[in-house]
Design a protein around this ligand. Structure first.
Ligand code: GEK
Length: 241
């Protein structure tokens, strides 16, 4: 797995973070060393899809990157006639994801689509995964996206929404950031890498509180929305239709 060294050397001007070829090349290492609980969340998604995927429905992985959640679903889905659909608006991600899925021998059909999830028309779905994707969508666009997902969601379906959280209490928020940075230090990132990545991501990863996510999901028509995973400021919510 190529090592993420994107921010290892001093950059004169730190550009905003983008999901380009440079990121694609190191993405598995980057996400594993940066997101506490990432592999636990993927294992949870597999169990949830096994239980909630409905016969003849679609299961979506929105912002699929290299297809980690998509593959977790593909390997565990038990319902008949399911199609798994991965969508990402980064051409470099989708191109590499096609190679990853091509090398996977499982039978469940997969469609990979290079598109913006904000404008894509969803088919009837029983499971929808947004694994650390909504945080990159502008605040003003989030309601319309979740309303659209809710309209396409079959009764009994579920949405899994994993997000970096912000906390209302300033001290709590600071502590969660510090614990997250310690996690990155323990995974070999230097102070320079942590600082430059923080600067790069500041304008593009826009975290909200759990309460903001919960109330938006309820407004969108989900009957409940609660945490099923949290480690520091990284979380995953499950919402039931
Ligand atoms: C995983 N889910 O490994 N439309 C489509 N894709 C988008 C959009 C959009 N509007 N905005 C962002 N993306 C993956 C990890 S990464 C999270 C997801 C991270 C895509 C973007 O191109 C990127 O591939 C992904 O969402 C976010 O389980 O790197 O922290």
């Amino acid at each position: 797995m190529p090592k993420d060294t994107i921010y290892a050397n001093t950059l004169n001007d730190v550009p905003n973070f983008r999901f380009d070829q440079q990121v694609v090349d190191v993405f598995p290492d980057m996400i594993k060393r940066s997101v506490p609980g990432y592999s636990t969340i993927l294992a949870g998604i597999a169990q949830i899809v096994e239980r909630y995927a409905q016969n003849g429905s679609h299961c979506y992985d929105l912002g699929c990157s290299l297809g980690a959640a998509l593959l977790a679903m593909r390997h565990r889905v038990r319902a008949d006639g399911v199609r798994i659909v991965g969508i990402d608006n980064s051409a470099a991600m989708i191109e590499r994801c096609e190679q990853v899925i091509g090398a996977d021998a499982s039978e469940c059909p997969v469609d990979l689509i290079h598109d913006d999830i904000l404008t894509h028309d969803f088919k009837p779905m029983s499971v929808c995964v947004l694994n650390f994707t909504l945080q990159f969508v502008e605040h003003a666009e989030r309601c319309a996206l979740l309303n659209k997902i809710s309209r396409a969601m079959l009764p009994g379906g579920v949405l899994i929404l994993s997000e970096k959280l912000q906390f209302n209490d300033a001290e709590h928020n600071e502590l969660m950031i510090e614990l997250h940075h310690n996690f990155k230090r323990s995974n070999g990132y230097s102070e320079l890498e942590i600082a430059q990545k923080r600067e790069a991501i500041e304008q593009v990863l826009l975290p909200e509180s759990f309460e903001q996510h919960q109330s938006r999901l309820l407004d969108a028509g989900f009957r409940s929305a609660d945490l099923w995973f949290q480690c520091f400021n990284f979380s995953s919510i499950i919402a039931f239709k």
